[in-house]
Design a protein around this ligand. Structure first.
Ligand code: ZN
Length: 228
């Protein structure tokens, strides 16, 4: 009893904060006319798997798992790593995946002046080369403010955020990561955040794919999820 009395206010405040966040996302998605995106259409049973921070030594194994399952995903690449591994950039594209920018140095965009941010964007764009789905970006750490978002939108980028965080960076086991992305926690239009370079994510991935498909979800790139 004592426990529930202590926990209730925390649960309520978390709920209120999460609701407020959801509302803000919906408003921003509308205000930017779909140039800043968290969640795809709810009327189609589709989900997008997204991976940040590559390329990495483990990338070929990620591509192998996705390739075997025939799942196209979206990779938000760090420009510096991409510049150093052009062959890997070609490999993602050969696998039918969508590539997008995650900044050049993984510096928070909120800490950059507009000219510095434009420089990060153009250097990363050069490293990625021409992309069939156009220019997409995900701000490092998901942090953004009005000035940097304006720079991104004016520069022609679609800002691809996410709606479900697998929290695969917190040392969780593959089973825990997979459980967080299980169909019970997923809704149509979900954009799931994962990271590259993580053995645990790699181990969770086949389970996540199997379970989502088993629940009737089609797995698509972010560009396809939001295609009009
Ligand atoms: Zn990142």
């Amino acid at each position: 009893m004592i426990r529930s009395v202590v926990e209730t206010p925390i649960a309520v405040s978390t709920l209120v904060r999460d609701r407020a966040k959801q509302h803000l996302r919906v408003i921003l998605q509308r205000m930017t006319r779909g140039r800043m995106l968290w969640r795809g259409p709810a009327h189609l049973r589709r989900v997008a798997l997204t991976f940040d921070d590559g390329p990495h030594l483990l990338t070929p194994r990620y591509l192998d798992v996705l390739g075997r399952a025939g799942v196209p995903a979206t990779f938000f690449l760090t420009g510096l790593f991409a510049e150093n591994q052009p062959a890997m950039v070609a490999e993602y594209l050969r696998g039918g995946h969508q590539l997008a920018s995650h900044g050049f140095h993984h510096t928070r965009f909120t800490r950059l002046r507009p000219d510095q941010l434009r420089d990060e964007l153009s250097r990363t764009a050069r490293a990625l080369g021409p992309l069939p789905q156009g220019r997409w970006v995900r701000p490092p750490h998901g942090s953004f403010g009005p000035v940097d978002v304006t720079t991104l939108l004016v520069s022609g980028y679609t800002v691809g955020m996410w709606s479900l965080d697998s929290r695969d960076y917190d040392g969780s086991t593959p089973a825990v990561i997979a459980a967080r992305c299980a169909p019970a926690h997923v809704q149509p239009g979900e954009v799931i955040l994962f990271h590259e370079g993580q053995e645990d994510t790699l181990a969770a991935l086949p389970v996540v794919i199997d379970e989502l498909r088993g629940a009737g979800y089609e797995l698509v790139t972010m560009a396809d999820l939001f295609a009009r």
